[in-house]
Design a protein around this ligand. Structure first.
Ligand code: M6R
Length: 596
């Protein structure tokens, strides 16, 4: 996830070390490239940038010797354009008189780049941050001042973003917030701006929080805010923030896992905005239409999302798909797949060895290879004919949460498009996720005592909620170290029912359409003394039959299956805390499994 930082000082001074330190503080967000620009008192611009870690790039390019009165730092997490020096940010305008950098996604970047070139501007990269600079340049060339040029650029740029920009024609720094984080602060003889609070706190606690649609103009002693819509000045006082940097990195949440659970609505929103405009999505749809067989392949959480994806494809697009765990793909389909088949690999990291092994098998068999990946520039993206970004930003916590829900949202989107249905209805989902997080946060706490003293239990689902039960059980195992088995609810009576004894907890997850099946399962458990705990729609029969129900917000069954993942994430989180474990970094596990 990119990060930007900018500073304006009263006198020319060494800024390289300040910018490098800000980069180090932003680095927890994840990045692949680093860049710094300083603007001298004589208005000349010194720009240094490359792919690599902050310390390594800073040493290679001697950031420590960079002086100026204004400075910009950017950490890039690639979305548009591969990680490379030319795509690293900040970017210059055509004549090298202005420099800027952004955070977020400019979803009409490809179209804009063509327009800028046609208008005679020099476009050097394929990165969308450069579009922000040229969008301002375009309006400066038409005779506008900086503030108006930024306002007009805001009309041209589509997506969720924030950018910071400095021109050689005046002595100020400008920034705009539109969907991505941006905070301004007063220091002694300087002002600064950054993507987040942690990177600013060591410099200042006098903070101005900005809203979307606001432009900010910084001088060494003033911070002025303007509406991007009307140009009117907005009065806002600075607030004194007493938080520490460590607490702020977690956005005020106790753990990264909780922060990432709360980020789910926003990353889903960003994914939908991005995919609405991506031509590659249609290319993948065409490949699916042309294929004999389609395989969704992943491991762990990503495999569970593949199972959801296959159900969405069946339910919404009448298309059968084979979801399969990556190592089992090699064992089960290495002899029977060929160039008429396609594989869609799913991975947060894009580096899971089990997945990459299966890619090699699929490739040897001549299959076309596509992928859904979170980490841009990862090995899987390079091995894929087309890869589609999951757009979740950096996921720090070992238990996957926001990448799971965005994998499901991505499959839902593909299923809608494959079916020729209007995918804009999915834009309701982020708001429903917000409501679900709000209500589950309270209600899940009531569930926690039911599990006291139990080291093994079950999480059961049927149809759309079967993969959700698998994922809920995986989360519980991963961060509570209890054995929780995820299973098809109807399979429970074929053996595991023998485990049920007095107050033995069994979680049931249900959609509306599957309530009759789930109710049978619930009664098989309760009549043997077990505690049937249900997560599902508001439904009288469910409430009458289960011991305790956690209702999901009202929506259709496909959306509900995605929402149902949220209480299970929160339940596993609460159970982990109750046992005194660290949910972010569970024992024996690693975020990226690069071994067989
Ligand atoms: O990076 P990937 O999505 O390929 O990782 C696959 C699994 O290792 C991963 O999903 C794992 O199961 C999660 N840590 C579970 O929360």
């Amino acid at each position: 996830m990119c990060g930007i930082f900018g500073i304006v000082t009263k006198h020319e001074k060494n800024l390289g070390n300040i910018l490098t330190a800000a980069g180090q503080r932003l680095s927890y967000r994840g990045y692949d490239s680093v860049g710094v620009a300083t603007i001298h008192a004589d208005q000349s611009i010194d720009l240094r940038k490359d792919v690599g870690k902050v310390q390594a790039v800073a040493e290679k390019y001697n950031f420590s010797e960079m002086n100026g009165c204004r400075g910009i730092l950017q950490l890039r997490w690639a979305t548009f354009g591969e990680p490379s020096q030319v795509n690293a940010q900040p970017h210059l305008d055509s004549k090298g008189l202005m420099v800027g950098a952004h955070n977020g996604n400019i979803v009409n970047n490809v179209l804009l780049r063509k327009q800028f070139s046609a208008e005679g501007m020099l476009v050097r990269s394929t990165n969308d941050g450069e579009s922000c600079v040229h969008a301002v340049e375009r309006h400066l060339l038409q005779g506008n001042g900086m503030l108006d040029a930024i306002r007009l650029a805001y009309q041209d740029l589509e997506g969720d973003y924030a950018f910071v920009i400095a021109s050689g024609t005046d002595e100020k720094l400008y920034a705009i917030k539109n969907g991505s984080g941006l905070i301004a602060a007063f220091g002694e003889d300087f002002t600064c701006i950054s993507s987040d609070l942690p990177s600013i706190l060591p410099l200042s606690h006098e903070i101005i929080f900005l809203n979307d649609g606001e432009i900010v103009e910084l001088t060494p002693s003033s911070i002025s805010i303007y509406s991007a819509e009307t140009g009117e000045k907005i009065e806002r006082q600075a607030e004194v923030v007493i938080e520490t940097m460590e607490a702020a990195q977690k956005g005020g949440f106790a753990h990264f896992m909780l922060k990432e659970i709360n980020e789910q609505p926003q990353v889903a929103r960003e994914l939908l905005h991005l995919w609405d405009r991506m031509g590659e999505v249609e290319q993948v749809i065409t490949a699916i239409q042309q294929a004999r067989s389609v395989y969704f392949i992943g491991c762990g959480t990503s495999y569970n999302a593949c199972v959801s994806g296959a159900i969405f494809f069946n339910n919404l697009a009448n298309r059968s798909v084979i979801p399969i765990a990556a190592p089992q793909f090699m064992a089960q389909y290495n002899q029977s797949t060929n160039s008429e088949d396609i594989a869609i690999f799913v991975s947060q990291s894009g580096e899971t060895k089990d997945v990459l092994n299966a890619v090699d098998v699929a490739r040897q068999n001549g299959m076309r290879i596509f992928s859904l990946v979170n980490v841009v520039g990862s090995t899987l993206t390079k091995k894929s004919e087309i890869w589609l970004p999951l757009a979740c930003g950096y996921e720090v916590s070992v238990p996957a949460t926001k990448t799971f829900t965005n994998q499901m949202v991505a499959f839902l989107f593909l299923a809608y498009r494959l079916a020729g249905k209007d995918s804009s209805v999915i834009h309701q989902l982020p708001q429903l996720m917000e409501e679900e997080i709000r209500q589950s946060m309270q209600k899940v706490v009531d569930f926690v005592p039911f599990f006291d003293g139990w080291k093994d239990f079950y999480c059961l689902g049927f149809g759309l909620t079967y993969p959700i039960a698998l994922e809920g059980a995986l989360k519980i195992k991963e961060i509570t170290y209890a054995h929780c088995e995820g299973m098809l609810s109807t399979e429970f009576k074929h053996g595991p029912l023998a485990a049920v004894s007095d107050r033995y907890p069994v979680i049931f997850v249900s959609t509306k359409r599957d309530i009759p099946f789930i109710i049978s399962g619930i009664n098989e458990v309760t009549c043997r003394g077990g505690l049937a705990i249900a997560i599902g729609p508001q439904n009288a029969a469910l409430t009458e039959n289960a011991y305790h129900v956690l209702p999901i917000v009202e929506t259709n069954d496909e959306f509900l299956s995605i929402l149902a993942a949220i209480p299970l994430q929160l339940l596993s989180y609460q159970l982990s805390l109750r046992k005194g474990y660290d949910p972010d970094f569970p024992r024996n596990l690693s975020k990226t499994l690069t071994v067989d």
